[in-house]
Design a protein around this ligand. Sequence first.
Ligand code: ATP
Ligand code: MG
Length: 292
Amino acid sequence: MNRVRIALQKSGRLAEDSLALLRNCGLHINRSKDQLFCRVKELPLDLLMIRDDDIPVFVSNGICDLGIVGENVFAECKASGEEFSAQILERLGFSFCRLAIAVPETSAIKTIQDLEGLTIATSYPNLLQMALTEGGVRAQSLHMTGSVEVAPRLKIADAICDIVASGATLATNNLREAITILRSEALVIRSDKKVCEEKEAVIQRLLNRMRGTLQAEDSKYIMLHADKARLEEIVSLLPGSESPTILPLQDGATKVAIHAVCREAVFWETLEKLKIAGASAILVVPIEKMMA
Ligand code: ATP
Ligand code: MG
């Protein structure tokens, strides 16, 4: 079978952005909500929609060649001590969150050492154990598969170790974030199992398209008019741009046009500085795709 298989979250916080990324790679994906398997026309690629917890194992054992999963889930699976053969191929810059120890708002706990002898409820027993061992702390871990945040209120744990994004869930449950264990974002992972040349070529094509999409998202095309005398100053203000293009203006004795690809965010502050440096007719345009 020479079709590449990629594991995605079926539904949840990763699902939409994962599909959006593949669509931006030029793939048409029509699937109904309950569909688990989806064939893509544009590339020899099949999607397998599963729970995010299953993605690292499906990729590690080679059932899927690639997967899109949160670093928290990937790291937890890797830390399990069982045989694991998958690696990170790309960081995707979405689904940002942290794995953190949170404690009741009234608690004095500040450092990992303050957890000595306490009970911590978590769905991430392996990462928690690693952090405790690293800190030289002996504490009890209480494994829960969900609703971990209720454990301190029920007096079955002194603290929790869970995913935090905005912190709203913690606040609702009178908890505060005390110690960050892992910073996480969505990842593309791949199996260490060797694949045939055809499949490898498809993986590389897909990866290049993903990288092109991600780069384009961060980049802007900027156009402006500038005094020839202040060219150097203006070019130095363009964030993350390599050699810009300088073009003559039809009636420009003193001015030229500058066109540049900025590979970093272009903020209002940058435009204000450009304006002070004498730039005019400033345009910032989004870039859809990039290929070096
Ligand atoms: P599943 O049913 O697939 O097991 P789940 O309930 O375990 O789903 P979700 O809540 O959908 O998981 O979160 C999926 C991943 O998204 C998390 O493992 C984490 O990497 C990331 N994530 C979690 N919370 C947030 C958030 N508030 N914002 C963005 N990303 C998040
Ligand atoms: Mg899950």
